[in-house]
Design a protein around this ligand. Structure first.
Ligand code: SF4
Length: 689
């Protein structure tokens, strides 16, 4: 599709803007053998880079394979799921994360950095020493630390890793900013949008919806009504990905072929067919093939060899691990999003100078009431000039309204990413792995901050930035700095289907248009005012948290220290597998318990399941708790495999969710001083229907 879109743009005289603010996150890092892993806001177990590969590497790193378990340190103002899996959390003053990295690299004075970051000097010195002593790997910056110091942090991380990091991919931020200004100036007459929802995801300061209304013909290829397609006057719905052909490059050198698994259910079309047909209708012969299927197939090879390569790709799902060659498609990254901006034939587009200084929000016309949620009326005092942040040892300023009392972190959702999967009921009902809240948004406040504001869990606060405001319920969370509030992306859509529309809040409305020195979006740079509004939402719309937060000193999620295990391994010769853990049972270890089998007892009375033949294998499921990161993928997999319906928020708060597997998340307190995840399967997984 990537190549076809470029050809189509050239054929019809349009311009293409590809925007992905996180396209510069690396997907081919190797840290499986690291002794010390330091992540600067990079939530690599959730959304950063290549989370499936990185979660596997993390498990390898922590697997005690060679008598050691790698240490993981999280650096950032807030702990998402990845941060909650860390052995150590370092929370420097927001905007100073790069100074920690520079001090670790030995290029900044530790005492000076300690003063700037508010992190004890001994902590920084110890981290630097540990990092240098073993095989240390640094990751970052992540979305939650990508402010105007992002380039300085990126350079410091590269320095820590010994240099040589490949150039980061383009994010298209500058092109998108230019496009919005051109739309606002009436210089764009036709806009085609595919695979992106800018009316939801762009910073509120850009007022994308207002700019888009200045475009005469607004076309969406979305197969689902969303915030942006709501603003379009032509909808050409594309196939669902399970109905469509395509290809993509998941890792450098790995080309995957996307094949339809079902016939189209609704009156939709392959988007490639629309592009090919429209190019022909405009008199272009730049694309020889008449369908996208033919186009795709020809790109995988010509002649007999090409036919064989195609058959091989269809059978194996792609081409691995061959690097792309001249006759193969330049596949896009899987996050590739396309916005096509075109002029009506014959209409002139005036070039617009690229600028990082945008029109202040308060100077723009007010939004129409029906779209107020995506582009709220400006409040407070906007900063008219948004300077590009300084690198080196500089600490960037944060913009804020009068009385702003908190730094703001807006972070991508593990379940909804940037909001693109928020219309899936299974994901809406899945509790967030950290807060265990489902079907809603929340504002994370440290217990001290909540006490200062006089608010409790579930009560409402108003959050105001120079660019917008929102109201949401408080989630009291010890994993955020006392001077910071964190809000997850994903919900708060003006339109996204009946399960999602109007549910939760969109924190992007609070963000400004700042960019870093590389010209990429720098949303982490805003201070907000948080005020108690009083009262809770009605019970049917309030905050519901699944499970409990603590183990009540009952050691529910058992654990032993590595030192205890190593001491025992060094002194005791085991007589049976797992004996070391069995001997450590009093300290929290588990061990194998020999049991007698009894085939005659199966199937148990009252069920036809569980037939058991002597001498035949009998299946069981074991979960290695030392590897569990609490991601909850198994919960959704169980839903999918067993076709489990959702019950919705009202039934869920009555405890009627149908999850046969749930992940308990415990915050560290008292005797159970560490955070822990514990998968709880239903009582007897042997007899599930
Ligand atoms: S057991 Fe479940 S929650 Fe734990 S890592 Fe595996 S998929 Fe994730």
């Amino acid at each position: 599709m990537n190549q076809l879109a470029d050809t189509w743009v050239g054929a019809v005289g349009a311009r293409r803007v590809t925007y992905d603010p996180w396209a510069n996150q690396p997907r081919d890092l190797d840290f499986a053998d690291a002794n010390v892993l330091v992540a600067f806001g990079a939530d690599f177990l959730e959304t950063w880079g290549s989370p499936v590969d990185y979660a596997w590497q993390f498990a390898q790193m922590r697997d005690h394979r060679v008598g050691q378990r790698g240490k993981f340190v999280w650096v950032g103002p807030h702990r998402p799921l990845t941060g909650l899996n860390a052995d150590q959390w370092i929370a420097p003053r927001p905007g100073t994360e790069h100074l920690i990295a520079l001090a670790m690299a030995g290029t900044a004075d530790i005492a000076a950095v300690a003063r700037q970051t508010e992190v004890p000097q001994e902590t920084i010195a110890q981290l630097a020493q540990e990092f240098r002593a073993g095989r240390g790997v640094a990751l970052g910056p992540g979305a939650a630390t990508s402010g105007r110091n992002a380039v300085a942090l990126q350079q410091a991380v590269d320095q820590l890793n010994g240099g040589g990091a490949p150039a980061a991919g383009p994010t298209g931020t500058q092109e998108m900013l230019q496009l919005v200004e051109q739309m606002r100036a009436g210089q764009i007459s036709v806009l085609l949008i595919d695979g992106i929802n800018p009316a939801y995801g762009l910073p509120g300061a850009l007022r994308f919806a207002d700019a888009m209304r200045e475009v005469r013909t607004r076309v969406s290829f979305s197969s689902f009504p969303d915030d942006t397609s709501l603003l379009c006057n032509v909808i050409l719905p594309g196939h669902h990905f399970l109905e469509a052909w395509d290809d993509y490059e998941s890792q450098p050198g790995v080309l995957s072929l996307v094949q339809p698994t079902m016939r189209p259910v609704f009156n939709t079309r392959q988007i490639g067919d629309v592009l090919i047909g429209s190019a022909r209708a405009l008199g272009s012969d730049a694309i020889a093939e008449s369908t996208f299927y033919d186009y795709l197939r020809s790109r995988w090879g010509a002649g007999e060899a090409g036919a064989a390569a195609w058959r091989e790709a269809v059978q194996s799902g792609g081409r691995y691990p061959a690097a792309p060659t001249a006759d193969m498609p330049q596949a896009s990254g899987f996050m590739g999003a396309i916005a096509l901006a075109g002029a009506q034939p014959g209409a002139a587009i005036e070039p617009v100078a690229l600028s990082t200084t945008l029109t202040p929000a308060h100077a723009l016309p007010p939004s129409e009431p029906d779209l107020a949620r995506t582009a709220p009326a400006p409040v407070g005092t906007a900063t008219p000039q948004m300077p590009i942040g300084g690198g080196g040892l500089g600490v960037p300023d944060f913009e804020g309204v009068d009385g702003a009392n908190f730094y703001l972190v807006v972070y991508p959702s593990y379940r909804f990413y940037d909001g693109r999967t928020a219309n899936r009921p299974w994901l809406l009902e899945l509790p967030d792995p950290v807060t265990k809240v489902s079907w809603n948004s929340w504002v994370e406040l440290h217990p001290q901050a909540a006490a200062t504001l006089g608010v409790r869990q579930g009560e409402r606060v108003e959050v105001t930035s120079p660019y917008g405001r929102l109201e949401a319920m408080v989630y009291v969370y010890p994993g955020v700095r006392p001077d910071t509030v964190a809000i997850q992306m994903g919900l708060g859509h003006a339109a996204f289907g009946r399960f999602t529309e109007g549910r939760g809040v969109n924190p992007n409305v609070l963000l400004g248009p700042a960019v870093d020195e590389a010209g990429n979006a720098a949303p982490y740079g805003v201070r907000v005012a948080v005020q108690r509004t009083g009262g809770k939402l009605p019970p049917q719309r309030g905050l519901f948290e699944q499970g409990v937060r603590v183990q009540h000193d009952r050691a529910l999620a058992q654990a032993v220290s590595l030192a205890q295990l190593q001491e025992l391994e060094a002194t005791v010769e085991p007589s049976m597998p797992g004996e070391h853990m069995y001997l450590l049972k009093a300290a929290g270890g588990f061990g194998a318990v020999p049991t007698e089998t009894n085939p005659a007892a199966y199937p148990p009375p009252g069920t036809r399941f569980g037939e058991y033949h002597d001498g035949q294998p009998r299946w069981a499921m074991a979960i290695d708790l030392s590897r569990c990161i609490g991601c909850s993928a198994c919960v959704v997999a169980c839903n999918a495999e067993n076709n489990i319906p959702v019950v919705g928020p009202d039934e869920m708060r009555k405890g009627r969710e149908l999850h046969w597997l749930r992940i308990e998340r415990y915050f560290g307190t008292g005797r159970d001083a560490r955070e822990a995840y514990e998968p709880n399967a239903t009582d007897d997984v042997r007899f599930l229907p």
